[in-house]
Design a protein around this ligand. Structure first.
Ligand code: HEC
Ligand code: HEC
Length: 449
């Protein structure tokens, strides 16, 4: 009996040892393949170029040399971004101080709104992290602060020289040679003449567009004057409490929003157990057969280029407010440059933490990441208005089978998901208000006093 047991134990041990070794072999084969396909996809010929810096390592962050990142700016920007006290330019007095930048860019929703469209002034309610926000009945649809495209995530915005779906903001990069258009085809782009990068430029305009006020009196009242003084002691005090300096602070903060603890980032930094075999197979597809990296090419998997992939618009969802089929925004970069060749081309968005706001593409036409992957796999434009000659030749049928579609979807859903991006939100704001929303219904739903 004892002999039999011993033999059995020995047998099981050998079996286990064998299967273990096999597992390790599979793992290391997948790891090695992923490293090598990423080396090839990297502009620097090394997969390590896809590693994001630590958010507190300011020297390593991409920045506008005219707005160097400092701790003081990041601290101030983090407050201002969530501060509902700024919303004093509301259309109706009952809307005053009820919304913030984060009403449309909610951290738990990957800095997106958690619904087809963002709503700030004119909205009411929060529901479950933004999904229950809707029109306040005293506002007409055309009085609401809603935009004709889905809000972009602000994760990985550091990698952008040119912001917005049209890449219209920022003096350099994609916008070199478009100087004659600034302020002409799109009034807001006048701001590019100041010469700053996309973030610094767009956020000056963003404060204005989203009905927010920055001045000495209000900063005194809300408690931000000292933080402006610490962050911008070099600026003349007559200019310091202004949308320009508020934008410097907010932009410095936004540049720190890196999902650098996502499993894929941990894998890149050496933790080979951070991703499952299926996710590694999905990642290999991303960098090879599926061709995703041809467009999503920075470490943040966004890019400062525009392409047409023929997706539908917000007004077609039937769930949006004040979305106009004639909105110039629907023309993408063409709405800014007026050039035929730019029509319906949109700037490549980042791909981290997308699963928490399941409304994909600029017109929120897809509701799951699998649907998005299937759309790229089919390679057939869904919007007939987009001229075939403008559709990118990189958008074509990919011939992935169901297992490959599953693997790529899993890579997007899990490997690219940093579960703790709320580390970037402040614990409170200086006004003491409720945030990111502060209307009475949101206060109740969010459990604010
Ligand atoms: C009403 C909802 C709403 C509010 C409030 C809002 N945003 Fe946005 N945000 C959007 C939309 C929509 C876009 C995409 C617009 C476009 O490109 O046409 C966007 C895009 C951006 C971008 C560009 C990102 C990229 O990848 O190019 C930045 C930066 C930004 N917002 C910052 C802010 C800041 C800062 C505030 C507060 C001052 C703010 N947003 C408030 C809806 C909103
Ligand atoms: C031709 C360039 C190109 C290729 C190739 C490409 N993308 Fe994109 N991707 C874009 C552009 C441009 C958008 C935004 C389109 C829009 O909304 O109009 C986008 C949007 C997305 C979105 C939605 C993001 C959001 O914020 O809603 C996801 C997810 C995505 N791509 C994943 C992928 C995957 C996975 C692949 C590979 C199968 C891929 N992309 C291949 C250019 C590309």
């Amino acid at each position: 009996m004892r002999r039999i047991t011993t033999v059995f134990v020995l047998f099981v041990t050998i079996l286990l040892a064998h299967s273990c070794r096999n597992d390790q072999l599979t793992v290391s084969r997948l790891d090695a393949t992923l490293e090598s396909v990423m080396d090839k996809a990297s502009p620097e010929n090394t997969y390590t170029s896809f590693i994001m810096p630590e958010s507190g390592d300011y020297a390593a962050l991409i920045q506008d040399p005219r707005n160097p990142i400092t701790e003081e700016k990041v601290t101030l920007g983090r407050f201002l971004f969530f501060e509902t006290g700024l919303g004093l330019d509301a259309i109706k007095s009952s809307g005053e101080q009820t919304f913030s930048c984060a009403s449309c860019h909610i951290p738990e929703r990957g800095f997106m709104p958690g619904r087809v469209q963002g709503i700030a002034d004119g909205g009411i309610g929060f529901g479950d992290l933004g999904d229950g926000r809707t029109r306040h009945h005293i506002y007409e649809e055309n009085e609401m602060d809603v935009q004709g495209a889905r809000p972009l995530s602000l994760l990985n915005a550091a990698y952008l020289t040119n912001t917005s779906w049209a890449g219209a903001f920022g003096a350099g990069g994609l916008n070199e040679g478009t100087e004659h258009l600034w302020g002409v085809t799109n009034a807001a782009t006048e701001v590019n003449h100041l010469g700053y990068a996309g973030l610094e430029s767009q956020n000056i305009e963003g404060l204005h567009l989203h009905r927010m006020v920055i001045n000495k009196e209000l900063m005194d009242e809300l408690g931000y004057t000292a933080l402006f003084d610490q962050a911008f002691s070099d600026a003349p005090s007559s200019e310091r409490y202004s949308p320009l300096y508020a934008s410097f602070a907010i932009s410095a903060y936004l540049r720190t929003l890196l999902p650098n603890e996502a499993p894929f980032q941990r894998w890149l930094k050496g933790d080979r157990t951070a991703m499952s075999d299926q996710e590694k197979e999905g990642a290999i597809l991303f960098f090879t057969k599926a061709g995703c990296v041809n467009c999503h090419r920075t470490a943040g998997l966004n890019a400062n280029d525009v392409y047409a992939i023929g997706v539908k618009d917000l007004f077609e969802t039937g769930e949006s407010f004040n979305a106009d089929p004639d909105d110039k925004r629907l023309l993408g970069r063409g709405g800014f440059t007026g050039k035929q060749e730019d029509m319906y081309k949109f700037r490549v968005p980042q791909l981290y933490n997308l699963k928490t706001s399941p409304f994909y593409f600029h017109g929120s036409s897809k509701r799951s990441l699998r649907e998005v992957v299937e759309y790229f796999n089919d390679g057939v434009p869904e919007n007939d208005i987009v001229p075939t000659e403008n559709i990118s030749p990189l958008f074509h049928p990919l011939n992935m089978d169901e297992d490959e579609i599953d693997a790529l979807t899993k890579f997007l859903e899990h490997s690219l998901y940093d579960e703790d991006v709320t580390r970037y939100a402040p614990p409170y704001i200086l006004s003491g208000n409720c945030f990111p929303n502060n209307d009475v219904l949101s206060q109740v739903q969010m459990g604010c006093e």
